[in-house]
Design a protein around this ligand. Sequence first.
Ligand code: ASP
Ligand code: MG
Length: 470
Amino acid sequence: MIVMKFGGTSVQDAVAIRRVASIVAGRRKEQPLVVVSAMGGVTDKLVQVAEAAGRSDLSAAVELLSGIRQRHVDAAAAMLTPDAARAFAAELDSRIGEATALAARIAAQGSASPAQHSHMLTFGELLSSVLVAAAFEALGIPSAHADARQLVVTDARHPAATPLANPTRARLLEAIPPLLEAGRVPVLGGFIASSESGEVTTLGRGGSDYSAAIIGASLEASRIEIWTDVSGILTTDPRMCPTARRIEEISFHEATELACFGAKVLHPATLLPAIEHNIPVAVLNSHKPQEAGTIIRASAAKGPSAFRAIAVKRKIAVFNIHAPRNVGSLRFLDDLFSLLRWHHLQSEIVAISGASASVAVEGGSELVKLTAELETLGNVDFEPGMAIVCLVGEDIRGRVGIASEIFGVLAAGGINIRMIAQGASEISLSFVVEEKDAVHAVQLLHRHLFEQLAPTPSHPSAAVQKAVRA
Ligand code: ASP
Ligand code: MG
């Protein structure tokens, strides 16, 4: 079986849902299970509902809920038979009634508890999944709605609960295989779940991808497809570098490294269940289903360059600490990291040599306040307005001359490098430049690494087919 997850823009209206149905119809032989997000923009509206109720503005909350209801009514009217539309409207009205009652409780209290806030957000996926299941039936795909709140089990943390693998697997294994064997396509809402004691939870904003991965891992899917509105993962951020191109294949390891440096790939937590169960993840575009997308898998085929992608993290500040007597002593490192931890700062890059240590952290000029505390360790020099550029590629492991090649390109472009790190895993090379140089650095490196090559040949859906064969 495979898991196919469709994001908010992929189910935003009847036109989009029809497109989803035709994509799913084309995969029937692979026994798909479908996970959907809320219709695009609905979760944001539900946040506003909870906020309005928290201000005791119940009429604003009701107004917003009625807008949400109308979007579902319109989509249903365009797809369902009159009978099916009536059945859906009954379910819709009962859910909107529950949401209204919840809003009224919040308004009476004058603020939403974290549990109530989560609960309010679950209505988006609850409604979209019922609608999409009904639409599949209407469009000739035998389907069955399955309530993810009964199947995905988490701890009781809000707003982002952690899934519990064992009970989730047990419940899914009981509910889903019979549906698949009966030739039905199960449709579940992503993002929503409940705790062992039955309290409604969510996996946190953007959590539908995570749902898809947990479900795929539990059911040992042969592939997880994440359908979105971009054609896969790109070599770099196209806003910085318009010549960014699609990555055909990328390894789990590389994708995780990229995500840590702020690239817009799937969140590392999302990939984890897939990594643990060695399930390939395809990122595909529901608006252009004929395009090949990107496959993330344990070991990816060699790409056109030794590097796979370039990520950039802006708003970085660097502390340089000069402490002739202390740098390198255990006490010094201990104090340095304790201080960062105390301020909830994660060190992005650390470099220690001789008498000085440099630490790059996320943040801007407001961090200058740390200088005084760090001065207990040595002389401190604070540099905000930096950016980290991170080049990722498993193929660079053991390659001689990579660093000189990269830094040569930057030197030729007149870009000054402030700090360098290459991890022991040797799959990434990161460095710090001034933020004003970041775009130029990325463009120079992108041109050097990716654009002086022949375009990657791509037969439509070649990457996916490779994954199917594997
Ligand atoms: N609907 C939720 C959100 O907008 C979850 C998701 O779409 O992944 O955050
Ligand atoms: Mg998303």
